[in-house]
Design a protein around this ligand. Structure first.
Ligand code: PLP
Length: 386
């Protein structure tokens, strides 16, 4: 008999499609363990087909791809980068490392994405780029953002870490701005432990991106037979993942349809199962604007207050359900304060980050466990006040 008292449902669990071990073994028994081997090439090709980016370069993380973006765009001291405060530290750090100054913008209440209507007022002569996040794999409102970028001649970097295979209108997220970044960290949809990719949509940036990724050398050109020896030609670092990890990723990317269909089902079960509580105003469910196709990266609920969120999170924990909050606003962090930000600067970021709760979400979350999660939440939120 299943003992519900002992049930432990984690927030995330890595998923094997089946081919990972076969490909990893193949890679281990080949003579190519370093970067840019056959599996890296295959992953880049699959990602290019999926996103239609001009070029795709595999990296060892999304953080690395963001750092490459800052290098490629020549971000330097005094430049300003517009980005949401409701974000991951990597997103901002990539630019701070080059000496730039973060200019935060509040988020939209419906998608928790950067509010495109608040960008223009932040643009100055120093603005170099807008770096946005497609939160939960739900696309930002890209048309007005690209129009602004064009009008003021600034770059757009899409942090699409959570957004592989999601779309804005007909376009893959990550393929719309000059640059896009993906993550294959264990918590994302397609995974290899640690991994990422840079999507280059401006063809004029491809050659230099290859150099920056290869320690500032023209090694890539050398392997293509375009130069007869390689040498130090620019700044750069080592941003390549081992081909062993690319082997794991390759198995995941080949099975993206299976992964996506599992996630869609889990998302839909949560949505249908918790809809009643939304009707009763006990929580709010994710909102997907009509222009976008989501990728079911996560499922969150928004509670009426911070206290409601923390209480529910603690009660779920006691029942063996690991539900967690997400970003702490960057403008309220120790680093954010050093840049002069303070409490009250971004109302929706502050309120919503305190009310969001992410529910367990992984490809082989069983129907039984999901039912238990939905019933437990329903039980905890249905009480008095009806
Ligand atoms: C996961 C994530 C990152 C970091 O990805 P890594 O591959 O771990 O470096 C960056 N930005 C966003 C929005 C993320 O969700």
């Amino acid at each position: 008999m299943s003992n519900k008292k002992n049930k432990q449902i984690p927030f995330n669990k890595p998923f094997l499609t089946g081919k990972e071990i076969i490909y990893l073994k193949e890679s281990l028994t080949s003579n190519h363990w370093s970067g840019d081997g056959p599996f890296t090439k295959k992953c880049q090709q699959l990602l290019q087909e999926l996103t239609e980016a001009s070029a795709v370069l595999l990296t060892h993380s999304c953080t690395a791809a963001l750092e490459m973006s800052a290098l490629l765009l020549d971000i330097s001291t005094g430049d300003e980068i517009i980005l949401p405060s409701y974000a991951f530290p990597s997103t901002v750090n990539a630019f701070i490392l080059r000496g730039a100054c973060p200019v935060f913008v509040d988020i939209r209440e419906d998608t928790l994405n950067l509010d495109e209507s608040k960008i223009e007022e932040k643009i100055t002569a120093k603005t170099k780029a807008i770096c946005l996040i497609h939160y939960a794999g739900i696309g930002c409102e890209m048309d007005p953002i690209m129009e602004l970028a064009c009008k003021y001649k600034i770059s757009v970097i899409e942090d699409a870490a959570q957004a592989l295979s999601a779309k804005y209108k007909k376009l893959a997220l990550g393929s719309i701005g000059q640059l896009g970044t993906l993550s294959f960290h264990e918590t994302k949809n397609c995974i290899c432990g640690e991994g990422g990719a840079l999507l280059i949509n401006d063809a004029s940036l491809v050659e230099r991106a290859e150099i920056i990724r290869e320690k500032g050398t023209n090694r890539t050109k050398f392997f293509k037979g375009e130069v007869d020896k390689y040498t130090w030609v620019d700044i750069g670092s080592s941003f390549l993942p081992s081909d062993l990890l690319a082997a794991v990723l390759c198995a995941q990317l080949e099975n993206i349809e299976e992964i996506q269909s599992k996630r869609k089902k889990i998302y839909q079960n949560y949505f249908d199962g918790l809809r009643d509580l939304e009707v009763k105003d006990r929580l709010r469910l994710p909102i997907v604007p009509k222009n976008v196709t989501p990728n079911f990266h996560m499922f969150y609920i928004i509670l009426p207050s911070n206290k409601d969120r923390d209480t529910l999170m603690a009660k779920l924990q006691r029942k063996g359900i690991k539900a967690i909050f997400h970003y702490l606003p960057l403008h309220l962090s120790e680093m954010g304060k050093r840049f002069g930000y303070k409490q009250g600067d971004f109302f929706l970021t502050e309120v919503l980050s305190g009310r969001i709760l992410r529910l367990p979400f992984y490809n082989d979350l069983s129907e039984e466990d999901q039912k238990y999660i939905i019933e437990t939440i329903t039980g905890l939120l249905s009480g008095d006040g009806c």
